[in-house]
Design a protein around this ligand. Structure first.
Ligand code: M6R
Length: 598
């Protein structure tokens, strides 16, 4: 149950466990809703003690969140219990085949077919591991399957294709899970599982094979963060804790990037300088908040490297037959490293011969493993479903990558790169200053908590910040919010503006930026139509005050780096509004942290 609690952020609409009891019987319990419902059920009807068990928290794909659709699913004869993450794309045909042979289904899930198929194989005489290998070969789509058989009470087997699975190696105890947070309390020794592999786990060890039964090697690694990183540490929400961790997280992402000759070194980028010089186009691919980090990256990369940079939503990427060649550099951004849409984009790009660099926060996850190179963000585990430190560190990594490419391609002199790096290194302290002066943002949240709609405007890199501010408010406060490029408003969305509508505006730095005055005009346009303007502006800029109903001050920064500061008040605002509304900030409705299905 402790492990499930740590994994709940990945899915929380139902949960269940199954134990193989000493009596060679499977004892299962499952409940719709959050884990507390299952806990209450188990308090009422406890299961017997056992040495082997599986558990699951679900994010519904096929079939509503209900007791019946919760995992584990038990095979027709009752021998096998199984849990599944992912989507079995050919489940309809398999279900028809099983039904034709007399199997009755108890759920609407795609997962139940796997339980019955494995059950049928063991009923026909195969051992559990062979049964799982055989069935895994028949399944299409994405799956991590974990199964136990009441007749092999010392064995647990798991297989994976396109979904995460790690093994935790303890002393006299073993674990498998979607991520290490589940077992970090017990062991920090983990083993990464490759694509299309099966692991057989007993209390004393593990064995990895491919789906044909050929022995393979998992990749052992040591988890270098401790349990406290995955706990709230006195905060009410993980999200709030993670917002406050941002100065450290950004500092850690920037740490140790200069060598003795003051050259930027990104050791993890195992793509030769010759190849990087030959690149004629950069395509950044990501989802959600990571996509917005990509939008910021475009401005920085094009400005510093003069190479054309496109940014694309990963779920759209491969389906439009994008023009990708061996001279295209594809950069993926993913906090979890497991987002299915982004993973599929990586595979598509590599099939076209492109080199792929992953910007990622999760060691050992699938996307970096399948990429040519990886730039880790070192933010530590992000548990809140709404990404915060993930976003800031992704932007920091994008700046590093942009500067590195400029250095390799010679589009910036060394001293120019050093100047930006010096400014980047001042950012953690400035982010801390934003956090320390957030009382006005809290007050604003109290005033605006009952609003029905909020708009966010920005230009240049302020535009992705506006999108991110709106996404945060939508996903945790369930409030209608939209981000627009401030100059685009007059082409349509300004019709939404009515008396009192709150509009956040991110103002570029004064004096050094040509867009500053344009944004002031945009503020006046919405104010003239009754909007309540909340303006994020750098300290010392007083020009904006006559047109602002509220002013949120930011430390000074250059235009390209301003998103590292301007995002923070918007995160705090969303967190505060959601808290005041009484919502579960860390586990907002309908969402899951890692979206491992397409
Ligand atoms: O793990 P990833 O960075 O690949 O996740 C991408 C998105 O699913 C993620 O950023 C999502 O939009 C968050 N809920 C945003 O807060």
């Amino acid at each position: 149950m402790d492990a499930l609690r740590r994994m709940e952020y990945r899915g929380y609409d139902s949960a269940g466990i199954a134990l193989v009891g000493p009596d060679n019987t499977i004892h299962a319990s499952k409940k719709a809703g959050k884990l507390v419902n299952l806990e209450a059920e188990l308090d009422e009807s406890p299961l017997p003690e056992a040495n082997l068990g599986i558990g699951h928290t679900r994010w519904a794909t096929h079939g509503a969140p209900s007791d019946a659709n919760a995992h584990p699913h038990v095979s027709a004869s009752g021998r096998v219990a199984l849990i599944h993450n992912g989507i079995i794309e050919n489940f309809a045909g398999l279900r028809a085949e099983l039904e034709a042979s007399g199997v009755g289904f108890r759920s609407q899930t795609d997962s139940e077919v796997a339980a019955h198929l494995v059950g049928r194989e063991v009923d026909n005489g195969l051992g559990l591991a062979d049964a799982l290998r055989t069935v895994s070969q028949r399944l299409e789509g994405a799956f991590t399957l974990v199964a136990v058989d009441r007749d092999e009470p010392g064995l647990l087997v798991a297989s994976r294709r396109n979904s995460p699975l790690v093994v935790g190696v303890g002393e006299g105890e073993m674990f498998v899970a979607s991520d290490v947070a589940a077992f970090i309390e017990h062991t920090r020794e983990a083993v990464e599982m490759g694509q299309d592999e099966v692991v057989e786990v007993t209390a004393s060890g593990y064995r990895v094979t491919d789906f044909d039964g050929n022995e393979t090697q998992g990749k052992p690694y040591h988890v270098d963060w401790d349990l406290s990183a995955a706990e709230k540490g006195g905060y009410d929400w993980f999200m709030r804790k993670e917002i406050h961790e941002q100065p450290h997280a950004v500092a850690d992402t920037l740490l140790g990037r200069f060598d003795a000759d003051h050259r930027l070194t990104l050791d993890e980028i195992r793509i030769s300088e010759t190849e990087l010089r030959a690149i004629d186009k950069i395509v950044v691919v990501a989802c959600g908040t990571a996509y917005y980090a990509g939008l910021v990256a475009k401005y920085a990369i094009e400005h510093w490297t003069r190479v054309a940079c496109e940014v694309e939503i990963a779920s759209e990427f491969r389906y439009r037959d994008p023009i990708i060649t061996p001279r295209t550099l594809v950069v993926t951004i993913s906090q979890s490293g497991e987002t299915a849409d982004t993973l599929m984009a990586v595979r598509h790009a590599r099939e076209q011969g492109a080199k792929v660099i992953a910007i990622c926060n999760t060691n050992g996850s699938t996307i970096p493993r399948e990429s040519d190179a990886v730039l880790y963000t070192h933010a530590g585990p992000e548990i809140g479903v709404a990404s915060t430190k993930g976003f800031l560190t992704q932007m920091a990594a994008c700046y590093l990558l942009g500067l590195y490419l400029a250095q390799v391609r010679g589009t910036k002199y060394g001293d120019e790169i050093a100047l930006v790096m010096t400014e980047l290194e001042t950012m953690p302290a400035k982010i801390q200053a934003v956090l320390d002066n957030a009382e006005a943002v809290h007050a604003l949240a109290r005033e605006l908590v009952d609003e029905k709609s909020v708009l966010f405007l920005g230009r240049h890199v302020g535009y992705p910040v506006a999108l991110e501010g709106a996404l945060k408010l939508k996903e945790i406060a369930y409030l209608h919010a939209e981000g627009f490029p401030a100059g685009e408003l007059k082409h349509g969305p300004i019709a939404l503006v009515e008396e009192g509508l709150p509009i956040f505006v991110i103002v570029p730095p004064q004096g050094r930026d040509q867009l500053h005055d344009k944004v002031l005009s945009n503020i006046q346009e919405v104010r003239a139509r009754g909007a309540r303007t909340i303006v994020l502006v750098e300290e010392g800029d007083t020009e904006v005050e006559p047109y602002a109903d509220e002013v949120i001050r930011l430390p000074k920064a250059s235009t390209l780096l301003q998103p590292l500061l301007a995002t923070v008040p918007l995160q705090i605002f969303a967190c505060e509004v959601a808290t005041l509304k009484g919502y579960d900030v860390d586990q907002p409705r309908n969402l899951a942290k890692s979206v491992t299905v397409e």
